[in-house]
Design a protein around this ligand. Sequence first.
Ligand code: SAH
Length: 214
Amino acid sequence: MRLRNITGSREMIAESDRCMETPRDMPGRWREYFGNDHPVYVEIGMGKGRFLTDNARAYPDINYVGIEKYSSVLLRGIQKLEEEPLENIALIRMEAEYITDVFAENEVGRIYLNFSDPWPKDRHAKRRLPSHEFLKRYEKILVPGGLVEFKTDNRDLFDFAVEEARTSLWEMPVLTYDLHADEDLMRDNIMTEYEERFSSIGNPICKYVIRSPK
Ligand code: SAH
């Protein structure tokens, strides 16, 4: 998602006490930051932050960290937090490939990938967020047995993601090619902005949950 460059969005992010810029001084300090020892769940590519804020409201005993690379998009998340100051949310403007610079080993309980960029060209496969390269990074920061949850309507990206997980040591406790037709999985499903948009035009939503082998 790319919005027109909103003037001053970088400056607004710098001024916000809810948002950090690739905070390399944070590994090992997230519990201190939130002031409790609740689990830390991370959404990579949070967009405008609807999924993150809906989760944070529903589960006050979980701390949520949203990562987004575009400041113009992230700004909407900051504005949401100004309207509804949820204490269990932190936002980071950064490129996800540096995620191991920002979280220590075993510091993250769960990672959400929602409607990640497809990077359709073969030579860009390593940039896809469910690729082997990224799974290795996630394994490092996740607690033993920690989960990655991925939703998308992009079948090519999803097939790639399933193949990457199956050719690694991750287990896959959940796999569906039509999430919205699955009553059990829908019971606690929290919709993202893209999920709302693409399911409303009839696209099936694919989802997997994979468990870190560590
Ligand atoms: N998760 C939201 C938005 C999906 S669009 C939803 O489901 O509604 C994907 C978002 O991920 C975009 O906002 C894009 O800027 C962000 N993104 C993609 N690759 C990223 C990366 N490598 N690091 C950080 N953010 C990324």
